[in-house]
Design a protein around this ligand. Structure first.
Ligand SMILES: Nc1nc2c(ncn2[C@@H]2O[C@H](COP(=O)(O)OP(=O)(O)OP(=O)(O)O)[C@@H](O)[C@H]2O)c(=O)[nH]1
Ligand SMILES: [Mg+2]
Length: 527
């Protein structure tokens, strides 16, 4: 297969939504329909011995929520998919934002009974900033919910984007029978069999097929025809270009739990979602078809597999061909690094890869040389813009129960902060001892404690601290000097030595902005 063909057949996308809309369930079902899984394990069913493939972390299995994003690669028909399942919980939004930097499109899930929720809005805004094309899947159609037209209207008005239904639900009195595919003009009726662990049998037919009326009744067929006519007349026309430009989102209706509509979504992803896109770098645009290899790190995860205590850096290939054992340059440090034993992923299962193409996500063994946002390249220098950190809103200090474990604690804090689990802020004159821990959401602290205990055998208590605001200090040096001269402002440093000011309320910072000449305060870390 030629290089260009390899690039063209790849689809790299993330699934995003408010918590509990069904991302992990849909992920499993896409794998099932993609032929990568034989039996889908029930998400959150505690009795079942199997757990969702992408919720692999101990705490995820216990709580039934996703805490960290998962990478899954599979082939289906002509395509190679790189799917990233993201956590919906706001406390883990930094992880989700990083993941969105690595994909070319997103599937936004909406719970049919709830419509657009707070996280839906936030995540959609990030997609818009990154100009990502977004497909919308209305999930849980097996249960009663809002009117499909109202849902489309809600998305259009609250998210300010045009909507076009590419399939339409066939429902009679809240019983979900299947979908009408508006592009092929065929009705797909599913058999209600089993619990969604296998691909469900489906019947495809034209609208005048007598089997349709037999199944849902002639009155329901009439009603469906009217709805479809209304969509044809009043709805926006479908345009792939508008979708790729982020101006319109196609709608799909389905039920990840019963597998209804999952096959259609997968087919649409293969057909409509963009193949790998160029990326902006300091040196200009880098096209996937460029021969020189480049990629960037968007996620670092230590101890994924308790049997291998190692750190994996997840790289998105941007251009050129990646090969096992190749030597690359790390743009930040200018150091050369040999990439031994690279992996592809099926959540926590990994297998060694010999090569990879633009769009692929590769897991690299990180000997401690890599950071979030790092660019790796071969040939002419290229540096992609890094991945920002968000200002924490919760702060704590660590109280160690057993002082002999101090080294392990330091080690754990450093590694986990490099992954982005928490952020560390150091005080002047104290070196790296006793840092402030910062988190965007409180659950991050819970994850930290559990991981310190399980992975670093360190029992630590967290003592919360009164700070709620952190701002990176930028602008003229006079601004920083003004803050440092006063003893009522706490100035600390992040891992890279950038000065940061912490405060219990926003007011003192507003005052400083008025008084300190040349001071700028940022709520996202400078790159
Ligand atoms: N009735 C119904 N329930 C569903 C459907 N899809 C998912 N669920 C249920 O919704 C709950 C949440 O599903 P998950 O797949 O864990 O949701 P998620 O979006 O991954 O959640 P987070 O990762 O924690 O944000 C589970 O109890 C699922 O069984 C569906 O199509 N119909
Ligand atoms: Mg999940």
């Amino acid at each position: 297969m030629s290089f260009d063909h390899e690039v063209g057949r790849r689809r790299t996308f993330a699934i995003i939504s408010h918590p509990d809309a069904g991302k992990t369930t849909l992920t499993e079902k896409l794998l099932l329909y993609g032929g990568a899984l034989h039996i889908a394990g029930a998400v959150k069913s505690r009795k079942a011995a199997r757990h969702a493939v992408s919720d692999w972390m101990e705490m995820e299995k216990e709580k039934g929520i996703s805490i960290t994003s998962s990478v899954l690669q599979f082939d289906h028909e002509e395509r190679r998919f790189n799917l990233l399942d993201t956590p919906g919980h706001a406390d883990f939004s930094e992880d989700t934002y990083r993941t969105l930097a690595a994909v070319d499109s997103a599937v936004m899930l909406i719970d049919n009974a709830k419509g657009v929720e707070s996280r839906t809005l936030k995540l959609f805004e990030v997609c818009r900033l990154r100009k990502l094309p977004v497909m919308t899947m209305v999930n849980k159609m097996d249960r009663p919910g809002l009117d499909p037209l109202d849902l489309m209207d809600q998305v259009a008005t609250t998210l300010n984007i045009r909507t076009v239904a590419l399939n339409w639900p066939i429902r009679v009195e809240n019983e979900f029978h299947g979908v009408y595919d508006r592009r092929t003009k065929r009705a797909l009726l599913y058999e209600r069999e089993g619990a969604g662990t296998d691909v469900v049998p489906e019947l495809s037919m034209t609208m005048d097929d007598p089997r349709l009326a037999e199944r849902i009744g002639p009155a329901a067929v009439e009603e469906l025809l009217e709805e479809l006519e209304l969509l044809d007349e009043a709805g926006d026309p479908w345009s792939v270009d508008d979708f790729l430009a982020g101006e319109v989102t196609p709608f799909f209706f389905g039920s990840a739990m019963t597998n209804f509509g999952v096959g259609q979504l997968l087919a649409a992803l293969g057909e409509l979602a963009p193949s790998p896109l160029p990326r902006q770098s300091v040196e200009g645009e880098r096209s996937p078809n460029d021969e020189a290899f480049s990629g960037f790190i968007f996620k670092i995860q230590a101890n994924m597999n308790p049997r291998h205590r190692d750190r994996i850096a997840f790289m998105r290939v941007v251009s050129g061909k990646f090969q096992r054992d190749m030597s690359v340059v790390v743009a930040r440090s200018n150091k050369s690094l040999r990439l031994k034993k690279p992996h592809t992923f099926m959540a926590s299962e990994r297998s060694i890869v010999d090569d990879a193409h633009p769009g692929d996500i590769v897991g690299l063994y990180d000997p401690g040389e890599l950071r979030l946002g790092d660019t790796l390249y071969v040939g002419p220098r290229v540096e992609f813009r890094g991945i920002p950190r968000f200002a924490p809103e919760h702060f704590a200090r660590v109280r160690l129960k057993d002082p002999t474990r101090r080294k392990h604690l330091q080690n754990g804090l450093t590694q986990l902060s490099q992954e982005g689990t928490i952020q560390l802020f150091y005080r002047e004159g104290l070196g790296r001892a006793d840092p402030y821990l910062g988190a965007v959401g409180l659950l991050q602290f819970e994850v930290l404690k559990v991981r310190l205990r399980n992975e670093y055998k360190t029992q630590a208590d967290l003592e919360s601290s009164p700070y709620t605001v952190a701002r990176w200090i930028a602008g003229e040096p006079t601004g920083l000097e003004w803050l440092q001269k006063r003893n009522d402002y706490l100035v600390v440093e992040d891992r890279y030595g950038h000065p940061v000011v912490l405060s219990a309320t926003p007011w003192p910072l507003n005052y400083a902005l008025q008084e300190a000449r040349g001071l700028e305060l940022l709520d996202v870390s400078p790159l």
